[in-house]
Write a new protein. Sequence first.
Length: 274
Amino acid sequence: MGHSLQPVISGDDYNAVYNALSFVIASMGATTFYIFMHAFWVAKPYKSAVTISGIVTLIAFYHYFRIFNSWTEAYDIECNFGQMTKDQAHIANGTCTATATGKPFNDAYRYMDWFLTVPLLLVEVVLIMNLKEKTTMLSVKLGAAAALMIVLGYPGEVSDDSGTRWLFWALAMIPFCYIVYTLFVGLSDSVARQPESVRELISMARYVTIISWLTYPIVFILPMLGLTAAKSEIGIQVGYSISDVVSKCIVGLMVTYIAKVRSFADGENTPLIN
């Protein structure tokens, strides 16, 4: 569940999270539609990778609606010129304060989303590489490590105690480092053996995945860096939102494009649409 007591934040900070969550909802929805439409235009060996990419953004699209609703329910907006509705306060700048309603902001929605989507993110990257007999085993290993990472991170995320947060951050970093090492080092030979037409694209997708993933542990430790509760809350929500757009939408679109390039290179009658 969420923290038991939400901090008092400014109207600008409330709007920053409000806008970030709205942006992610739109991004996930549009990306889902685009990916599923293009799944019809790729060759059979790559349909699974593209379909999983769409499933990832669809799951995130749903959960971000839940996160958004939980955020708006967790705060009431009070302004110096009288009470406003939340939608009205959303467009006000620097004139409002958001105070806790007593309903906790539910962090579990984000972790439930990650528990489902993070393993699938790794599977889509492995599938688009078309590693033949290595695909299943590698997908299972990376998916299991990703699920373990999310399970270990959640108790720290919902704790207000810095010691507890550091402990579970360190524990979650063990499977995290294994995943990053596998993507960066373990798959380097496989990337080198990819067809020339997609080698650089696959390498780029791998790097974007790694870079986006590296932002998550940094955002996680914001409350342990001496920031106020309010600033930590804003940094976490906006930071995770940006990371999710990159790791799910951007990588998903890259996987879809790689699938179209490979289909075209394989001689399928598939239009190569940018």
